[in-house]
Design a protein around this ligand. Structure first.
Ligand code: ATP
Ligand code: MG
Length: 250
């Protein structure tokens, strides 16, 4: 459903993403991990047509993002790293606005908007302006918005940030159910527990390069951390030796 071919992005002389090749299949949840500044958000922006690659190609549901951007974007739902919501819209207005952008018909919208507000426990605030929403409430609303047009591909940049434990559990269950129905999910996260429990495959990026990609067991084998948790595997892959020296100034 998503295929990245030799994808690269440079900002001046700085290579933020270098020759990235990756595939997400229908029904698969792929987690994308990496230290701050590794190039995850840059990858998401290229994948969703928000940033033009320096070289390489993005294919979404068989459509080339550069040649056929509208069709490619129509097939996906995106939660960006810093979602923007219009502060002077109410929650219900925001969902209707997003629905209209994606061409959801009015009768579907009348049914789906209250359902989504209810699912994310936002019904009492559906008529309130978004400027009064807390961070977590906004995040839930944005997650609701990407489910309106029932996309077959979800691209999520830190989707759990700010969610309370119950909401985070709800969102995890939603992703699992959608994946079982064939939705392809690509998710950047720093929450290793989510990557461990939710993702079928995990990619690890450092300094713009994909240094590992596979199941948790495959990553364990690659990092020679057999039997260890993902934190140990991650630290080993991304420079655990440096870690021990960081605390010396305390
Ligand atoms: N518009 C830009 N202009 C110049 N450099 C940029 C730009 N956008 C990103 N970068 C650089 O590219 C690198 C990768 O940034 P990116 O936001 O993709 O990292 P990330 O992996 O998402 O990090 P985080 O975990 O902190 O979200 C960083 O060094 C960043 O400074
Ligand atoms: Mg980021």
């Amino acid at each position: 459903m998503i295929r990245l071919e030799g994808l690269s992005k440079s900002f001046g002389a700085y290579a933020a993403v270098s020759d990235l090749n990756l595939e997400v299949k229908p029904g698969e949840i792929v987690g994308f991990l990496g230290p701050n500044g590794a190039g995850k958000t840059t990858t998401v922006k290229m994948m969703t047509g928000l940033l033009r690659p320096t070289s390489g190609r993005v294919l979404v549901a068989g459509r080339d993002m550069a040649r056929d951007p509208i069709a490619a974007k129509r097939a996906m739902g995106l939660v960006p790293d810093e979602p923007f919501v219009y502060p002077k819209l109410t929650g219900a207005e925001y969902l209707r606005f997003v629905g209209e952008l994606y061409g959801v018909c009015l009768s579907d919208m009348k049914k789906r908007v209250p359902e989504l507000l209810e699912m994310f426990e936002l019904t009492p605030w559906g008529g309130e302006l978004l400027e009064s929403y807390s961070h977590g409430m906004r995040q839930k609303l944005v997650l609701g918005g990407i489910l309106l047009h029932d996309p077959k591909i979800l691209v999520l940049d830190e989707p759990m940030v700010g969610l309370d434990p119950k909401s985070a559990r709800l969102v995890k269950d939603i992703f699992l159910r959608l994946a079982r129905r064939g939705t392809a999910i690509f998710m950047c996260t720093h929450v290793l527990e989510i990557a461990e429990k939710l993702c079928h495959r995990i990619g690890v990026m450092t300094r713009g390069k994909l240094i590992a990609c596979g199941t948790l067991d495959e990553l364990r084998a690659q990092s020679k951390e057999e039997g260890r948790d993902l934190e140990s595997v991650f630290l080993s892959l991304t420079g655990g030796a440096e870690y021990s020296t960081l605390l010396r100034h305390l």
